[in-house]
Write a protein that binds this ligand. Sequence first.
Ligand SMILES: *Cc1c(COP(=O)(O)O)cnc(C)c1O
Length: 370
Amino acid sequence: MQFIDLKSQYKRIKDLVNENLQAVLESGQYIMGAEVAKLETMLSAYVGVAHCLTCSSGTDALLIPLMAWGIGRGDAVFTSPFTFIATAEVISLLGATPIFVDIEKDSFNIDPELLEKEIEKVKKEGKLTPKAIIPVDLFGLCADYEKISNIAKKHGLFVLEDAAQSFGATQNGKKSCSFGRAAATSFFPAKPLGCYGDGGAIFTDESELFETMKSIRVHGQGSDKYENVRIGLNGRLDTMQAAVLLAKMTIFDEEIELRNAVANRYNELLSGKFAVPKIPSGNRSVWAQYSILAESEEHRQSILNKLKENGIPTAIYYPTPLHLQKAYSFLNYRQGDFPISEDIAKRIFSLPMHPYLTEKEQNTICELMI
Ligand SMILES: *Cc1c(COP(=O)(O)O)cnc(C)c1O
């Protein structure tokens, strides 16, 4: 059994992927070929925003907007401690300070009430300037953007949606990647929309921001290649990856349906025995992961052992919240600072989740667990 079955997916779209890749090979346009622009047009229309800028990874997709906003030393950027390291890493790379805010126990996303308290606390202390919020749409479910936008507006902060796990999700009729002043997604192979290497994209409705980010993507270029007007990156998506994504988009909506069917079957089989995911009304998740809670760390270990003995792969996202990672010891957070994240980190685990998981496989998994 596969945790994420990319091979079955490839089999489905093999002819189209191969054809698209062949066309790139023959075109010789390996960097910024026609497929890149075509993909950007397709994705911005899909999300319903004015601009899409593809880039080299989800991490760079988070970094580039922060660079465009001039975020740096002395600035505070608020985010969740219960996420992949990249979310906070980009803040630190720019010399700014990540300020962690605990999560809601049901959605695993940043808690808007705690967020506002933390912003007020940082303002009162006066050491750092609050600049931005990076809510994470964990496991494919959008954070609470209505509340977060109101807080951002009130305090004059940028919102950057970390949509690395949620491309294709919806909230109150709007698509993931349309929230905030900019949104970042990842095309890492295991994400809901993945390519065959590293890749990412940034979305925004703001033309000026888009132009600045476009310049940052290629070494801060000005009106021509060898005019450099700012410090930038080598942050392009390569043409081959765009060609793969164009093929994957032909089945993406159907795959979202299939992922939801898989999640619903898990919910039916496991509810009552486990705390199954709760999707707040108005939301549709893309189920980047199907994650549930055991009663305790020991309970989790016994389930994971049993599944492993039977050849069923599992994963823990995330075993250590970021404030307790060695890389962030310099921020001087302590055990107990974010009790919800810490408790969930001890009990959470993820089951195989992909569009091609069969009912039979799900029955096998769940029978072993209960
Ligand atoms: C995967 C991921 C990223 C980083 O994306 P890469 O493409 O691997 O650089 C950022 N944030 C979250 C929440 C992620 O899951």
